[in-house]
Design a protein around this ligand. Structure first.
Ligand SMILES: NC(=O)c1ccc[n+]([C@@H]2O[C@H](COP(=O)([O-])OP(=O)(O)OC[C@H]3O[C@@H](n4cnc5c(N)ncnc54)[C@H](O)[C@@H]3O)[C@@H](O)[C@H]2O)c1
Length: 429
């Protein structure tokens, strides 16, 4: 665990110095109904308040040592609606409540905002994340991280350079503590030598090859140009900016191979902290509005020869197969062979992974204590690299070799170029 540099943030000046542990104020320590003084609360801005951003907002409103003070979204009705919801939650009647912005730059320019929760469409995660850490904010960023491997690397460099606290939106690490147990069993050798790793994530089965391509007028109160930002300009259609539409458009996302894949790949990397060095695969890619990989079969191997399989599936799961046992973990369930593995108590002298039981509380506590939360940027980058390399292997139809030390594709110049993506001017990394 790395300790972050102290930031300039006003509320931390006293608190961080006193903080020896990652959790300075826990919800349990606060007690029922106790709310810290305003000066002790982390002020949050919410950037992107669609489906997931609104869910996160609802979660953060119940974190006692934070206060949501601003929202931002190119949809006027969404930003104003969420600002009103925040004011209602805090019973704010002074008229100086939550601010609603169309442009994230205005939100980031506020000195009194300590941290931002970024739940935009995928193609904005890193551009806004970079601007946020440069502005001195800590960041909770939804998965998947970047639209390219180069974006991921840029985000990691910026987080460490600016000493920002970063939490990735892989909430299974906190809300499904059995995932931590699965990973601790692997890391402490309870399965014996690891023989193979298998990962499954939902494909985009439910949408067929759909997506409307008929241009229609942009709705009133929606700034489509701002929504597109660094993405190419394309006609607005009925499916263009819905959440599911953006999950499946290659200008905005690489699809569920990363979007859903991020969760089980994250657990794979938590339990077996390496990145495969070889990838090949097949997949289906519709050629209408939706043009990301819908279904996939990727296989590869780690540097020590351990085979790796990553397939689209009806569920999400991570399966670690060892010489002496197997453990599979998902949201809400875990199974093992032999079952006795699930009764193992990891001894104090063994490897213990950081455990928090609340992903949002964990982030806020780390903003105060200046240590890394459970979902660190380095792990986010590595698990994302796996989905990007799977995507590149399928799109090129070739076997991809990855040098994990240099973090480069080797021996295939065309594939290596796919590690970065152009951005529409004036946006750049
Ligand atoms: N962790 C999870 O389990 C989980 C679950 C669902 C979605 N997600 C992720 O959350 C993100 C959002 O997904 P969603 O389903 O809420 O999509 P959504 O389309 O409903 O919401 C995205 C919002 O971002 C806004 N936005 C776009 N550009 C913006 C900008 N420049 N500034 C501010 N806001 C901007 C959009 O207008 C929209 O309201 C995606 O990256 C998705 O992968 C994570």
């Amino acid at each position: 665990m790395k300790t972050q540099k102290l930031s300039r943030r006003r509320f931390l000046q006293g608190a961080a110095a006193a903080a020896a542990a990652p959790y300075v104020i826990t919800s349990t320590a606060l007690g029922q109904g106790e709310v810290p003084a305003a000066s002790e609360r982390v002020a949050i801005g919410h950037i992107g308040v669609g489906g997931q951003g609104s869910g996160l907002l609802g979660g953060f409103l119940h974190v006692p040592n934070s206060r949501s003070v601003a929202v931002c979204d190119p949809f006027k009705d969404r930003r104003e609606g969420r600002a009103a919801m925040i004011d209602a939650h805090y019973k704010e009647t002074s008229g100086k409540g939550c601010a609603a912005y169309r442009d994230f730059e205005e939100l980031l320019a506020r000195d009194d905002v300590d941290a931002v929760v970024i739940a935009t469409t995928d193609h904005w995660h890193v551009p806004i994340g970079l601007a946020a850490v440069k502005a001195g904010k800590d960041v909770y960023i939804e998965k998947p991280l970047g639209l390219s491997i180069a974006q991921n690397q840029a985000m990691r460099a910026a987080v460490r350079r600016y000493g920002a606290v970063f939490q990735y939106g892989t909430q299974q690490r906190s809300f499904n503590v059995h995932c931590a147990l699965a990973c601790e069993l692997v890391r402490n050798g309870y399965l014996g030598a690891v023989k193979e790793i298998r990962v499954g994530a939902p494909g985009a089965y439910q949408y067929g090859d759909g997506g409307s391509t008929t241009p229609i007028p942009v709705p009133d109160g929606f700034d489509y140009d701002r929504w597109l930002g660094p993405a190419p300009v394309t006609p607005y259609t009925a499916d263009r900016c819905t959440s599911w539409g953006t999950y499946y458009h290659y200008d905005n996302s690489i699809g569920f191979i990363a979007g859903w894949g991020a969760h089980p790949l994250d657990i794979a990397h938590w339990g077996f902290p390496h990145t495969p060095v070889e990838y090949e695969g097949t997949g289906t890619i519709p050629e209408k509005l939706f043009n990301t990989i819908f279904t996939w079969n990727v296989k590869g191997r780690y540097a020590d020869g351990t085979p790796f399989f990553f397939d689209s599936s009806n569920d999400n799961w991570t399966k670690f197969v060892g010489e002496e046992g197997t453990v599979t973990a998902s949201r809400g369930w875990i199974k093992a062979e032999p079952e006795s593995l699930l009764k193992v108590k990891i001894r104090p002298d063994e490897i213990h992974l950081l455990q928090t039981n609340h992903h949002y509380q964990g982030f806020i506590d780390c903003v105060k204590s200046r240590v890394d939360p459970v979902s660190v940027i380095e792990s986010a980058v590595q698990s994302d690299i796996i989905s990007h390399l799977g995507d590149i292997a399928i799109r090129t139809g070739r076997k991809i070799q990855w040098d994990p030390a240099k973090e480069q594709i080797v021996g295939d110049a065309d594939a290596a170029r796919r590690c970065s993506r152009p951005m529409r001017s004036p946006w750049r990394l």
